[in-house]
Structures are given as C-alpha cells and as structure tokens.
Design a protein around this ligand. Sequence first.
Ligand SMILES: [Mg+2]
Length: 321
Amino acid sequence: MTEGLLDRYDGIVCDLDGVVYAGPDAIPHAIASLQSTREHGTRVVYATNNASRPPSAVAAHLRELGLLLGDEDVVNSSMAAAHVLRESGAQVRIVLPIGGEGVARALREAGFVCVGDDDAGAGTGDIDAVVQGYGPDVRATDLAAAAHAVNGGARWVATNTDLTLPTEKGIAPGNGSLVQAVRNAVAVDPEVAGKPMPVMYDMASERIGAADASRVLAVGDRLETDIEGATRGGYDSVLVLTGVHGLADAAAAPKERRPTYVLADLRGLTQPYEVETAGECDAGASIARVRGLLTSLWERVDAGDLSAEDAAREMRQACGS
Ligand SMILES: [Mg+2]
C-alpha cells in the first residue's frame, strides 16, 4: 500500500478559519477528512490565533459541524499568552487582561490573578503583566490602561498581531491594529504568543504526545502565520488552498513561509503525496504537477534566476490561479 501523508506523523495541528470553517460553515471536504484522520489513529489538535471565543465554544461549533473532539483539543492564542507568562520563569502574579472574556479566563485557568479579581489588590503599580487580545468591546480607556501599565514596567504580551479580522460584515481591524495603538504610547514592542510564534504548536505537540517536532504536521491557510510559525518551531507544514493564500502567494514566499506540502483541500491528508516534475502545467494540471512547478520556481528564485514577483506571475499563468 502506498504511504499516505499522515503515515509520517503522530498528529496534526490544524488551523480553523479558512481550513475547517469559513464563518459558521464548514469548508468543503474538511469534516470528513478530519474524521478519517482521527480514525486513522492520528491525533488532531486545533490551534487558532483568533481568541475571541473560548476553546469550549469553538469545540462546540466543531462538534455541531460533525467532528468528534473534546474541549481540550482546541488551543487559542490567549492560552498561548498565559503559557508564555508561566514558562518564562519571571515573577508574574497580577495580570491586566485586555480583550474579550476569553483572555481573562485563560489567565485565571493558568493560575494568574486578573486586575479586578477579589485577591488582586489595588493600584496599577501592582500589575506584573498586560495580556492584550482581541475583543469587540475594547475601549480607548482599556488601551490607555494597558499603556500606563507597560510604561510602569509591566510585561506586555499580545495574543496575536493579525492586523485584520474577517467578520460577517467584512474586514475589521484585528488585534494587531489595537496593539499598534498601544505601541504608539509606549517605548517597547510586545511579546507575541500566537502564530507566527510556535508556542501553540509546541502546546499542541505536548497534547499529541509527540517525541519531537518532526512527528507533528502543522496545517494552515496563511503563509505569514501558520506556515512561518511551523518553520520557526521546526515543524513540517501543509498549506491548504481553501483559505487566504493561494499558489501564486506560495510561489513568491520567502523560505521561512514555504510549506512542506500543498493540498488542494483536506482530502489530501489521507492520500499519498505525489509530485510530478515533468510535463505541461496549465489550468487543467493535476495538483501533483502544480507541486512540481512550485518546487522548480523556488529553486529558480533561490538561484537568483527569477524574482519573487515573476515566480508568482509564472504560477498564475501556468495554473490560472
Ligand atoms: Mg486560517
């Protein structure tokens, strides 16, 4: 029997927006493919930069779409921020949470005291750290409180720095835009917990019980977060073409944003991974042929024979993507 992609790994860490769902709805083929991945004996953990919903709400949404999973199979960037504070070894007790309810919840679950809790005491001078995540109701006064604490010496951790956020009504300013507003009033950059930092991949890898990063596969739709995070953490990665980035983006990507594998959709997880290096590449070309073209474009870019822009153009012309 031919080896499927999954046979090389103990588990996968799967992004959500653009990979499993778009808004409330499932991405075509995602649910059935993830179910057969699980039946195949491969552990699946879901990891998202979007911390606007707590993991239990995300898990409930995924169960509604037909997946079997527990709440503990979802990690988000608020949990990653708490993990960063806990693992740093620094003396952090009282934390100012900025963002939705999920931020404070993740901090309390990790053993921190949040400003405003009964045992927090009073006074901004007591704040050891600020964790800033997205929340639809974050106000200018919240951002001011964050800036005051950071200027007073508190550590500053951003759950993620995505500049925009897709919503049902269209593109909205994301957490990165609100972090930038605070940055304008302080003299330091925030520590970042979400992708492209590999913290969530490491947390997921621990849950999977993998011996090391080489046994875990990261799956996502964005090159500068999902794929770069995998590269930074030493994980192999899959770019799945159902979300934000396409083949032309991949062709133009710098090395740290190049995926190990490219899948048209998640059905590819349970299939053998084939690459064809010869033959025509046109609008009707197989995904195997497209993978071969992508590799040859990267080689030409690295050799200095082709610019990133021209690589993207060649990929667009070849595949009509
Ligand atoms: Mg995504």
